[in-house]
Write a protein that binds this ligand. Structure first.
Ligand code: HEC
Ligand code: HEC
Ligand code: HEC
Ligand code: HEC
Ligand code: HEC
Ligand code: HEC
Length: 285
């Protein structure tokens, strides 16, 4: 050995310290040294990604509490149950549900008039908002009520490491699920993607090495152009202001969906193919 006694000991301590610093800083993911963003700053931001949590609750949205406190229990809306049968545009375009939590004025009156939840929960498409015995299926204090149903549902679907543990993109590609694009019977095909948008866009305006390709095609199976343009993204390439990884993690831009319903930001690899994710055991977010 080259080093002896105290020198060796302090070297060993130094190594241990370096490992600790690396593990604390890079616990979530493996970081390539070539990134342009200040590493400390990035770590601070990555820490704000919500911790891993129970898979069955990812994408369950607690709706705006009823105006009169104490009259009815709160409603947890399970995205997983619905998105297997309907794509996002059915609700977030046709039925005019906002994609921002708490913005839609869903009321009892509107539900009874066949709007919002009542458009389907009418006793034909799904259980009705009128049946007293079934109020509790929506107004349910117990947010674990659907956990078992979820486990059963997820069993046969392709797995993902994050979010609700389901790889939804693959589930559609495999034909495991086949969400409809409209509630109108016999509605025509969804808007075709213009030829020039079929080639993925290179994003990463603020940091050239982030290596992001954004595919319109990956999204057209679920969404309408107006779900993203013009509210979330400018329709001109590189026209979107303040677009960065930090703002994604704070729930803007890609993070509008990819922090709440679609696979979350912790799944770096799916957007940055050259990055590795830290291995997690079991699905989590
Ligand atoms: C059956 C209807 C329905 C479908 C299908 C649906 N959503 Fe939603 N979504 C809702 C409702 C209702 C809300 C809550 C709106 C509110 O609070 O104003 C919501 C809220 C959201 C939110 C905000 C959640 C939060 O916690 O802040 C996001 C993001 C979202 N939806 C994305 C999607 C995406 C992406 C899809 C398709 C994969 C989708 N939704 C499919 C009904 C639906
Ligand atoms: C398909 C789901 C669903 C079912 C079933 C349902 N509700 Fe609701 N209800 C909602 C949603 C969503 C809201 C609006 C968000 C909130 O107030 O929590 C709401 C709101 C309400 C409100 C709040 C007051 C108002 O006017 O907005 C009352 C009262 C209510 N529902 C009563 C009932 C009763 C009684 C039943 C059963 C006969 C029932 N609901 C069944 C989803 C449902
Ligand atoms: C586009 C149609 C559609 C809309 C809109 C819709 N649902 Fe549903 N929902 C369904 C279908 C279909 C099912 C599953 C079939 C069933 O259980 O009857 C379902 C199931 C559910 C379940 C699962 C209940 C259980 O016991 O398994 C809940 C909770 C629920 N919906 C709440 C809501 C709420 C709250 C809204 C409004 C914010 C809403 N849904 C809007 C179609 C819809
Ligand atoms: C849903 C897609 C998505 C996921 C998941 C994702 N990123 Fe990004 N990331 C982006 C986009 C888009 C940009 C480019 C933003 C721009 O134009 O600057 C970016 C940029 C970056 C940058 C360049 C710095 C910057 O602010 O532009 C870094 C570093 C980065 N991401 C790290 C990560 C890490 C680490 C993870 C996992 C914890 C991750 N990303 C997960 C979409 C994603
Ligand atoms: C999931 C979100 C999303 C959906 C859905 C979406 N876009 Fe985009 N679109 C983007 C993003 C992100 C950019 C890049 C913006 C930037 O660079 O500032 C973009 C850029 C564009 C551009 C500029 C491309 C270029 O090369 O100059 C056009 C045109 C466009 N979108 C049209 C559409 C049309 C038409 C649809 C529906 C068929 C659509 N988009 C659906 C997210 C989306
Ligand atoms: C309006 C909602 C929405 C926005 C905004 C959005 N996405 Fe998505 N994205 C989805 C949904 C829904 C899927 C289907 C997969 C899922 O739900 O996990 C998807 C799928 C993807 C996939 C395909 C994954 C695969 O395995 O095939 C990538 C990559 C992706 N998004 C990247 C991005 C990037 C990068 C941005 C920002 C420039 C972005 N998305 C913005 C909703 C959105």
């Amino acid at each position: 050995m080259m080093f002896k006694g105290p020198v060796r000991r302090s070297l060993r301590r130094l190594c241990a310290l370096a490992v600790v610093v690396f593990l604390c800083g890079g616990g979530l993911i493996w970081i390539a040294p070539s990134w342009s963003m200040d590493r400390y700053e990035l770590m601070q931001i990555l820490r704000t990604i919500p911790p891993n949590g129970p898979v069955e609750h990812y994408g369950n949205t607690k709706l705006r509490p009823p105006p009169k406190k104490g009259t009815m229990d709160p409603v947890y809306f399970p995205h997983w149950r619905h998105r297997a049968q309907y794509d996002c545009r059915v609700c977030h375009l046709e039925l005019r549900f906002s994609i921002y939590k708490g913005e839609t004025r869903i009321t009892r009156k509107r539900n009874l008039a066949g709007k919002y939840c009542g458009a389907c929960h009418n006793g034909k498409t799904a259980f009705t908002v009128r049946d007293k015995a079934q109020c509790v299926r929506c107004h349910n204090r117990d947010k674990y009520a659907l956990d078992e149903a979820f486990a059963e549902f997820a069993e046969d679907l392709p797995e993902a490491d994050f979010g609700n543990g389901i790889d939804w993109a693959q589930a559609v590609n495999n034909g495991d699920i086949d969400p409809v694009h409209s509630l109108e019977p016999g509605a025509g095909p969804v808007m075709q993607l213009p030829e020039k948008l079929k080639k993925p866009l290179e994003l990463g305006t603020t940091a050239p090495r982030s290596g992001i390709l954004f595919s319109h095609e990956d999204h057209m199976g679920w969404l309408d152009c107006s779900n993203c343009h013009p509210d979330i993204f400018d329709i001109q390439k590189e026209g979107t202001q303040y677009f960065s990884m930090a703002s994604n993690i704070y729930g803007q831009f890609c993070g509008v969906c990819h922090m709440r319903t679609a696979f979350p930001m912790s799944d770096c690899h799916r957007c940055h193919p050259e990055m590795k994710n830290h291995k997690v055991s079991g699905g989590s977010y």
